[in-house]
Ligand binder design. Structure first.
Ligand code: CP
Length: 317
């Protein structure tokens, strides 16, 4: 137990067995959603999004509504009192009077953590430097596709430098047994050194760095594609030069195993062509759907609500 015991700020706040419990609860919700339809009746979720979002915000709202709760939030940061200079600490003190749980996306790394220190209600990090709920839904998707979260070779392709979901998923999967990573990127968008030096090397986890997507495809269980993130570049010319470094097409997918799964946190731009969408290996839309179930499981867990199947809180925080 730590001081963030009833929040989700970073995946490391919880153990691997707690992650597994969360994914299993999400799978049960997916199988029989009607059993959970009233679990949050009378509860309110605040969505505090200071950066754009489609999936994360709306799937949190959908999750709370599907649990029988209600949601409130401002449409964008510009119409909140942050635009008048209000601090995150003061904002969450106020939101604690209006809601029972809050999900926060913020451009400043550490803002959700800071909010959690002043909050009377559970705070969920919906994306700052990390993106833990994306990691949970990625893990659920991998488990549903492959039946396991260990003994996997996982390729990450594209923008591995700025891709926050990539860093978070590598760090989490590195805690499972017999995982191999294939890191496919241009030189300029290599995974940050700390992932190599602080996560992979100390644990002796096998990895290769390569520029060659086609060469890597035959050996992969999972291919995690990413968008080159225009908003993170200081120089538009660099973005234009790098944005189409990797484009997964149906033709290239012929090189991959028949049971490989293609994941992408979305939104996509050019990096997966539309003809891949019809391939059974395309898992990115079900990945977004899994986000609702994982967030339902997380909301229930952080509110201390009991799993109707077992009568237990999903996991003890
Ligand atoms: N995957 C993801 O975080 O999408 P949004 O930015 O639309 O929330």
């Amino acid at each position: 137990m730590n001081q963030r015991f009833n929040h989700l700020i970073d995946m490391d706040d919880y153990s691997v067995s707690q992650w597994n419990a969360m994914v299993k609860l999400a799978e049960d919700i997916m199988r029989r959603p009607e059993s959970y339809a009233d679990k949050c009746r009378g509860k309110i979720m605040a969505t505090l999004f200071y950066e754009p979002s489609t999936r994360t915000r709306l799937s949190f709202e959908s999750a709370m509504l599907r649990l029988g709760g209600k949601v409130l939030g401002f449409p964008d940061a510009g119409v909140s009192s942050a635009s008048k200079g209000e601090t995150v600490a003061d904002t969450i003190r106020i939101i604690s009077c209006y809601a029972d749980i809050a999900a926060m996306r913020h451009p400043k790394e550490g803002a959700p953590l800071r909010a959690s220190l002043y909050s009377k209600i559970p705070v969920i990090n919906a994306g700052d430097g990390g993106h833990p709920t994306q990691t949970l839904l990625d893990m659920m998707t991998i488990r549903r596709r492959k039946g396991r979260l260990d003994n996997l070779t996982i390729g990450f392709c594209g923008d591995l430098k700025f891709g926050r979901t990539v860093h978070s998923l590598i760090k989490s999967l590195a805690r499972y047994d017999n995982i191999k990573f294939v890191l496919i990127s241009p030189e300029e968008l290599r995974v940050p050194d700390y992932i190599i030096n602080e996560v992979l090397e100390p644990r002796g986890i096998p990895y290769i760095e390569t520029r060659n997507l086609e060469g890597a495809l035959p050996d992969l269980d999972i291919l995690y594609m990413t968008r080159v993130q225009r908003e993170r570049f200081f120089n538009e010319e660099d973005y234009i030069r790098l944005r189409d470094s990797y484009i997964l097409t149906a033709e290239k997918l012929n090189l991959a195993p028949a049971d490989m799964a293609v994941l992408h946190p979305l939104p996509r731009v050019n990096e997966i062509t539309l003809d891949v969408d019809d391939d059974p290996r395309a898992a990115y839309f079900e990945q977004a759907q899994n986000g609702v179930y994982v967030r339902m499981a997380l909301i229930m867990t952080l509110l201390g609500l009991k799993d109707p199947k077992t009568g237990e809180v999903a996991f003890e925080c």
